[in-house]
Design a protein around this ligand. Structure first.
Ligand SMILES: N[C@@H](CCC(=O)N[C@@H](CS)C(=O)NCC(=O)O)C(=O)O
Length: 258
């Protein structure tokens, strides 16, 4: 299988984690933001990644990819066990559409303030060489385009931080009774999605590409990362990455085409 990605995207991380969970060997076709459109549009007219090419079909959207992979898994490994499907899907949808949108806006706000070379250390991993070469010239335009597309403004970042904190509080309340996972005793798509959507403000070392360390993060971002890492829900997501996100960078399961 072939997974088309923007490598730093947490929606793409969701798909990578799903593939690893399903034990599927795949190749990642990574592209820089915006330069990914020509590769994606033939399969997904909306231009969004991740897109999974299975050989017979193109599956766009991280949730659709997880659900496709789940159909091939034995009951004991399913991320959507039938008796809890409704609850899992509702949580996943909320994490993807609320938490994930705000953590993405937050990460672009902070990282686009860095020099392009620093941005590319994270963003260009696994992408074709020509994209890394072209990016510094295109960067001012890309920055403007992404700022508008993601409605980035200091005001929206401030509001977003409240939304992220509310989502973390909700997760902390859920696991406050001592349950190991969001829906009880087993790891599901709700856990996977929460960990991925929270990852921009946590910088977990097990992420499918190398994220900056806390020390390399822009100073203003560091304060937020420290705060969210210390939160019980942040601790929970970091544990999920440690214990359930097997197959980290460089191990079998993923090869880059870039
Ligand atoms: N709900 C979708 C969201 C996917 C998404 O927003 N992908 C972003 C990457 S973070 C994208 O492709 N953006 C490119 C664009 O909108 O032009 C999913 O779960 O896959």
């Amino acid at each position: 299988m072939r997974l088309i990605t923007i490598p730093m995207s947490h929606y793409c991380e969701k798909a990578r984690w799903g593939l690893v969970h399903a034990g599927v060997d795949y190749v990642e076709e990574a592209h820089l933001q915006v330069l990914h459109y020509p590769a994606v549009r033939p399969h997904n007219s909306g231009g969004k990644v991740p897109v999974l090419l299975t050989g017979t079909e193109a599956i766009a959207d991280s949730t659709a990819i997880l659900q496709f992979l789940d159909r091939g898994l034995p009951d004991s490994c399913k991320l959507y066990p039938e008796d809890q499907r409704g609850e899992i899907e509702a949580l996943e949808e909320r994490f993807d559409e609320t938490l994930g949108v705000e953590t993405r806006r937050w990460v672009y706000f902070h990282w686009m303030s860095l020099p392009v070379r620093e941005v590319l250390k994270t963003a260009a991993q696994g992408t074709p060489r020509w994209q890394g070469i072209a990016a510094p010239m295109l960067f001012p335009l890309l920055r403007l385009y992404l700022s508008r597309r993601l409605a980035i403004s200091p005001d929206n970042i401030e509001k977003g931080l409240h939304i992220i904190a509310a989502s973390f509080d909700e997760v902390a309340a859920r696991i406050g009774d001592g349950r190991p996972f969001l829906c009880g005793s087993r790891f599901t798509a709700a856990d996977l999605s929460f960990a991925c959507m929270a990852s921009p403000v946590l910088l977990p070392p097990e992420y499918g590409i190398h994220l900056p360390t806390l020390e390399d993060a822009p100073a203003r971002a560091r304060v937020d990362v420290q705060r969210f890492r210390a939160h019980p829900a942040g601790q929970f997501a970091l544990r999920l990455f440690r214990e359930n996100r097997r197959n980290a960078v460089g191990q079998a399961g993923v090869r880059y085409t870039g």
